[in-house]
Structures are given as C-alpha cells and as structure tokens.
Design a protein around this ligand. Sequence first.
Ligand SMILES: [Zn+2]
Length: 432
Amino acid sequence: MENTRVLMVNGTIFDGRGGDPVNGAIMIEGDKIVSVGSTEAFLQEVAEEVPRIDLGGRFVMPGLVEAHAHLSYYGANSVQDLDLNSPVEETVINAVLNAKTMLRSGYTSAISFGSISRIDVAIRDAINAGKIEGPRYLACGRDVTATGGMPDWNPDYLKLGMEGLGIKADGPWELRKAIRSIRKNGADVVKIYIDGEGMLDNDYPGELAYTEEEVCAAVDEAHRRGLLAVCHARGAEAVRIAVRAGMDIIGHANVLDDETVELLRSVRDRIFVVPAIEWHVGLYERGAEFGVTKEFLDANGYQEEINESISSVKRLKEAGVRVLPGGDFGFNWSPHGTYARDLQNFVEYFGYTPKEVLLAATRDAGAAMKPRGMIGTLESGKFADLIVVEGNPLEDVRILQEKERIVGVMKGGKWYHNDFVSSIQPTVSNLV
Ligand SMILES: [Zn+2]
C-alpha cells in the first residue's frame, strides 16, 4: 500500500485537538490520515519513494465544518422566497454551484438545517458518487412545521399551500409520519420548528408552535430511524422543550434564562448549539440593500435579539456547552461563499479567541458530524480533510474569508483545490 501514501512536510500544523500549531508533517494514505508528527522524524523514517509535498511553512488545519447549512437556498430575500421563488429546477442548479463554492471556501463538511424538496439528498449522493464537488454533507429533509408554524407563513385565503419548503404535521402521529417519509426519501437530518421568527407575522420568536408532546414524538421517531434531530428554537421555553425531548442540535437559542443555560450545561456532553448569528447581523447590516430596513428589523425586535444572543452565547461558553459556527447562508445579505464571516462573528460578538472559534468550527462541529469520530481533527485514523492557508488565522481569523488565502483544500485525501502546485512532486497523481 506504500504507493498510495503521500507525505506532506514542513507545515505549520494546527491539528484541532486544542494545542498550539507546530512545524510538522502529515502522512496520508488513501482517504485517511496515517499520522501527524515532526518533519525530521518522518524524513528519516519514510521511504524515499513516497511522494512528498512541501507545504512551505504554510498553515494547515482541519477542514472547516458549517453547522447550519442550506445548499438549496440561493439569493433569497425572505423566507417566502424559499417557498414561492425557488422552483425545483433552478434550485437544483444553484445547489450544485453552492456545494462547489462551499468546498472551495475551505468547508469540507456541512450539516444541513433544511432542504427545499429532496434536493439535499440528491446533492449529497452526487457529491459522494464523485459526480459533483462539495463538502461531506448531512442531508436534511424538508422543514417539518406545525400548521401556522414558522415556515407555514401563508394565510389560507392565498390558497398557496406549501410544497417544496416544508411538510405540515400536527400532533405526534402526523409528526412521526412526516419523519418516516423523510427517512424513506433518504435524508440524514430532520428539522422541526418549535417557535418562530420576528420577520414573519404568523409565528414570533418564543411563540411555541409545537407542544412538548409533539417535539418528544418527533425526536423519538428521528432517533429510532437513525436520523439526527435538529430544530429552530429562539426562546428559552422552546430550547428547554428541545433539550428535554433529546434534540441533537439546537438552532438559534437566542434568548436564554439562567434555568435554560443550566439545563444545557447538564447535557453538554451530547448537545450542540448553533446560534446562526449571521442570520441576525447579516440581515441587520446589509438587509437595507435588499429592502429590509433597520427600522423594520428594530420594530421586530432584532437589535434586542442580537443583544440577548450575545449574552446567551457568552453564558453557554462559560458553561462549557459546545457552540458551533454556522450561519444560515444563502440569503442575499449572507450569500454562499461568505461562511467564514461567522468565525469573525464569534470573535467580535461572543468574545471567542481565534483559536477557540477554530476549534469550535473543526473539533466541536466535527463531533456533531457523521460518521462519528472521523471528522474535525488532524490525527491518525481520521479522514484526510484539511485546508492549507496563506497567513495565520490564529492572528486574524478574517483571513479565512479571503478565498485567495485558502490555497489548498483536501477532502478524503484528494485535492479539490491547490494553488501551490509547483512545490508538489510530479509523482503525486491525485492532484486535480
Ligand atoms: Zn436556517
């Protein structure tokens, strides 16, 4: 098997396990990492026939993980757009392009938080089959919502119904049926909406669209079918219901009281929280360009919700809860390709150091991915998913937003992007 091995030497290796970066080398075989260690030791021990890549001292880190992704969202100006202006034909084409953009941006894994139609499943399968380029992707089913829940935004007199965006399900048995259908259609993740959103009149943040009985049934059904259960929960009571029901990942969790923070602390070994604060700050900063003014947002409690989120995440961080970057990208104010803005958000708003947010976006978000234990750190036995960066994101995390700085993207031992090709020996055959 020696001939499938590749040795990368002389990198500034940030392995995502918690320590500081070291000058070192990585041995890769097939799609996995064999070992990580010092360049000198490898050069002495490894046979000369093994192809070498000189990383030239560049920063090497685990591939980033986007923990609240929507590959099927593109150019949306509102939640309504996802329902009315996302015909499946155009949306598939956009999703294929978004998948490529995400991988090129240094994100080698992503957890979907909702798909239009069955697009996520088709995209994931095409990526896994090597037909298109994209991250490892946990595909979500359509949104599961109660009647009048957040995605069920349209009043009956419009006679619009709902097709691509969501499935309406009321009561434990309809919920179970919706989830069984999502399982049948091939998704990995089921998302339910427990409360609402300030931009929509039909269900506000903190206004519970589902009862605890319903949420418990949904999570039970998801888990008995091997699906990851994720939710939209903005307010404290929605979050408490999600935790008690056994939810795997809680989206948003903007407004938390002490009791809810304590509850999350008690399950911190199994739960993840994704604030998706880019939804708020991106909309607040750039929404006006797309007709969503600050006045409108303020009238709907946005500034207040941002302030509450900042306080909530700081308390969650103190409580040792794993909070993951992931920003609901795919709207006009937060387009695909700008995912690393959420890393900056964690530093600017939540007080994370660059190192802490890099660990959150690799080690911690990798722990939420499947297959478990294979993603998020550079160590023996894990998938060879890594990026090579020009510059040091531990000094300034914003450089990860500059595509020209992401000079190498490797997923499963294969280069999907490489700008330092001249330093690779011609014997390396896996360069694309
Ligand atoms: Zn979302």
